[in-house]
Design a protein around this ligand. Structure first.
Ligand SMILES: [Zn+2]
Ligand SMILES: [Zn+2]
Length: 139
């Protein structure tokens, strides 16, 4: 995989990484629905130390149903939601696949929080599906 670059809607916040995603998922949790305004978020997870971020963004913390703190990063200028970090997975950052300049590399391995999936949000029926958040993969 070549370098991944991306940015928010206005371009004030950008990021790049040479790394491969640790994993990729479609998330239907209610928090993702509210933060995105749509039926799911398409998230790629990376080692935080392998992603460089430029520009000013604001982080909003919320408690996930796991009890962990989920911290979402939004561009200060345009409000696009770009990043999230979770206290339950330190050192890992999730990036919204749609913010990547070329997101053809995105290939979700799973659907999570399927219990909250709206009936109008159609997904690939072949994907591994979890009702909520599956346990983290072995290290
Ligand atoms: Zn912006
Ligand atoms: Zn979610």
């Amino acid at each position: 995989m070549s370098k991944i670059t991306g940015k928010c809607l206005c371009g004030a916040v950008s990021y790049s990484t040479d790394a491969e995603p640790l994993r990729m998922a479609q998330c239907h949790c209610k928090a993702c629905q509210r933060a995105s305004g749509t039926g799911h978020m398409s998230l790629a997870f990376f080692k935080e130390e392998q992603v460089s971020i430029n520009g000013d963004f604001t982080e909003h913390a919320a408690i996930a149903d796991s009890g962990n703190e989920n911290i979402r990063g939004f561009c200060n200028a345009c409000g696009s939601r770009l990043f999230s970090r979770n206290s339950g997975r330190p050192g890992v950052i999730a990036i919204t696949a749609g913010s990547a300049d070329d997101n053809s590399w995105f290939s979700p391995q799973a659907i999570v929080y399927n219990k909250d999936k709206p009936s109008w949000d159609c997904m690939d029926g072949e994907l591994t599906t979890f009702d909520a958040m599956p346990p983290p993969p072995p290290k």
